[in-house]
Design a protein around this ligand. Structure first.
Ligand code: GTP
Ligand code: SPV
Ligand code: MN
Length: 596
């Protein structure tokens, strides 16, 4: 028996939506269908269900009201790039950096897996809006899921429920997301994207980036294809506003790979010497950017909440995050204290006695594994953020004055590097590399090419993606200036050369000075670097030697870097834009002339 399939019982007149929901219900045979409305009453009800099933553990409600701990299956703690597929009609459209599978075969295979898969379960229908309501940027998605954790998380991460159905109306189109946890068996886990159908099927995982289909699946992989078609950009970028003591605000977007510092930069607290400066968060992970009538690039954050890395978050590194996590948050795979509070490595130097680790096992300081999983996370509404920008819901978005690319690099990459033009900036983004992190399963700390921090998130051929970036120059009459940063360069003893976190504002200030032409930069073969005297290091204990080391361009390291970039460009093959090849050759030649 399939319940409640009558279109009249659905809270929408949209036939395409009701028919699709009926089709998936017929396939999966849930006991119940629940159309989520996003209300507070619904949140309370679903939370009760999640507690009863053990999916959520209530935390100490005095210390952290409305906050819960979720322990995931230990085999399901990070994105699984090897199981993520772009199922475009032609293999070439997905390109050499994505896994590809034939769409018809994949649909057939997934349908086979999903047959009867929701028997005994509730099917949640989760309509959501990406982008500020009423904005030309905004898009609608609907996720069908059998996970109450996903339904509750989507309520935090997106503008979920009634507002989405209202915007959808009777005829609107939407991204179709089918999510089913099955039995969390890695042998039956696949995250599949069908850009031609505006559709995503994600099976066998409950982990954030695999299961919250609004996020990487829709807002990056599917949206990047839409952006190319429609002339805009969907990027793995934070967006922040910097207000100077005169009250002028400048907006910056920055792409760093997973677990490389976006959330932290997006809500940084200025160092004490920067009295009168303020940083405002627009977004911490994803930017949708379109050219405005004024010829500038305008950006919105399509999301409504943050799914952030817990380890390393502390009152010292990110006080705004500590404040926003005080209530109404879901924590995943962190450790729990005896009084029902949360703990993770880097929160403080003193893990309390009697901790339970992320799997619920007793933990002490002699335990060989970490108490919190290195990719443990928090899910929290953006309205909890004390640094939230008054423009976070602005339908127009914000105008972007600088784009920053950055990675996690122990060597080679200086603290900051300035490009000389849009196309040179695209070259910098296209050649960037970063050490892998715990945000994806697999080895950690291995340098790989991760162009524009989009390697795992570009929904189409990477060479065409570079081409799209280059083409955008024609329509952006007043383009943002492009920079690279690296907070993670180390000295010979393995210590970070730069203090990072709030002090990163010092680098952003130099970037603003460059935008306004208040200072000049020193030309090197790879780009412009600051004169040490132009970096505002008031109140910072850092030696001139240390700074010089952090800004150094070492030709031998760059030669290795450019060899690796050449290999990557070769791998892209025929779609690789000639202009970027030429920039590569030019750079190799000038490095040679400089004695590499
Ligand atoms: P995703 O959510 O995976 O996309 O990550 P993200 O890019 O938002 O990274 P996040 O800000 O969560 O930082 C990841 C890790 O890097 C955390 O453990 C931070 O404490 C650490 N981190 C962030 N900024 C800095 C920095 O400036 N210096 C150093 N040394 N570590 C940093
Ligand atoms: C990332 O891995 O870049 C994240 C977390 O932001 S996830 O939502 O899993 O993609
Ligand atoms: Mn991310």
């Amino acid at each position: 028996m399939t319940p409640n399939l009558d279109a009249d019982s659905a809270p929408t007149q949209n036939r395409a939506l009701t028919e699709w929901v009926a089709e998936i219900a017929n396939l999966t045979s849930p006991d119940k269908i629940l159309w989520c409305d996003g209300s507070e009453a619904e949140r309370a009800r679903l939370t009760e269900i999640a507690i009863a099933s053990g999916t959520l553990l209530p935390l100490n409600q005095k210390k952290r009201p409305n906050s819960y701990l979720h322990r995931s299956n230990p085999n399901d703690v990070a994105r699984t790039e090897q199981l993520t597929f772009i199922c475009s009609p032609n293999k070439n459209d997905s390109g050499p950096t994505n896994n590809w599978a034939d769409p018809a075969e994949t649909y057939a295979r997934l349908r086979g897996w999903l047959k009867g898969s929701m028997r005994g379960r509730t099917m949640y229908v989760v309509p959501y809006v990406m982008g500020p309501l009423g904005s030309r940027f905004a898009k609608i998605g609907v996720e069908i899921t059998d996970s109450v954790y996903v339904a509750l998380s989507m309520r935090i991460m997106t503008r979920m429920g009634r507002a989405a159905l209202e915007m959808l109306g009777g005829n609107g189109d939407f991204c179709r997301g089918v999510h089913c946890t099955l039995d969390l068996n890695p042998e039956r886990r696949l995250i599949c994207h069908f850009p031609q159908d505006n559709a995503i099927w994600s099976v066998g995982s409950g982990y954030g980036g695999n299961a919250l289909l609004s996020k990487k699946c829709f807002a990056l992989r599917i949206a990047s294809v839409q952006g190319r078609r429609e002339g805009w950009l969907a990027e793995h970028m934070l967006i922040l506003g910097i207000q100077n003591p005169k009250g002028e605000t400048t907006y910056i977007a920055a792409a760093f790979p997973s677990a490389c510092g976006k959330t932290n930069l997006a809500m940084l607290t200025p160092p004490p010497a920067f009295a009168g400066w303020k940083v405002f968060t627009i977004g911490d992970d994803i930017a949708w950017m379109r050219v405005g009538e004024d010829g500038r690039l305008w950006a919105v954050n399509p999301e409504n909440g943050y799914f952030g890395v817990a380890p390393g978050t502390s009152a010292h590194s990110n006080p705004n995050a500590m404040k926003m996590l005080e209530h109404d948050s879901i924590f995943t795979n962190v450790a729990m204290t005896p009084d029902g509070d949360v703990w993770w490595e880097g929160l403080d130097d003193h893990p309390p006695d009697g901790l339970l680790d992320w799997q619920g096992h007793p933990w002490n300081q002699n335990s060989k594994d970490k108490a919190a999983h290195p990719n443990s996370r928090f899910t929290t509404p953006m309205t909890n953020n004390p640094a939230l920008s008054p423009h976070a819901n602005d339908p127009r978005g914000v105008p972007i004055s600088a784009i920053i690319f950055g990675g996690r690099r122990a060597t080679t990459m200086p603290l900051v590097l300035e490009s000389e033009s849009w196309s040179h900036g695209v070259f910098m983004g296209a050649t960037m590399g970063s050490e892998t992190t715990a945000a994806a399963s697999g080895a950690v700390g291995v340098v790989r090419r991760d162009p524009m921090a989009m390697l795992p998130f570009c929904g189409y051929n990477m060479g065409d993606y570079f081409g799209h970036w280059l083409t955008m120059e024609k329509s952006i009459k007043r383009p943002p200036k492009i920079f690279m940063v690296n907070w993670f360069r180390k000295d010979r003893d393995g210590n970070f050369l730069w203090p990072g976190f709030g002090d990163n504002l010092r680098v952003l200030k130099w970037i603003l000075d460059r935008i306004e032409g208040r200072v000049s930069s020193e030309k090197t073969p790879v780009g412009g670097v600051p004169k040490i005297s132009d970096l505002d290091i008031r109140g910072l204990e850092i030696s001139a030697d240390q700074l010089r080391e952090d800004l150094a361009i070492k030709p031998a390291e760059w030669e290795t870097e450019m060899n690796s970039a050449a290999e990557f460009f070769d791998k892209i093959g025929p779609t690789m834009p000639k202009l970027l090849r030429e920039k590569h050759q030019h750079l190799v030649a000038s490095l040679a002339a400089n004695g590499a």
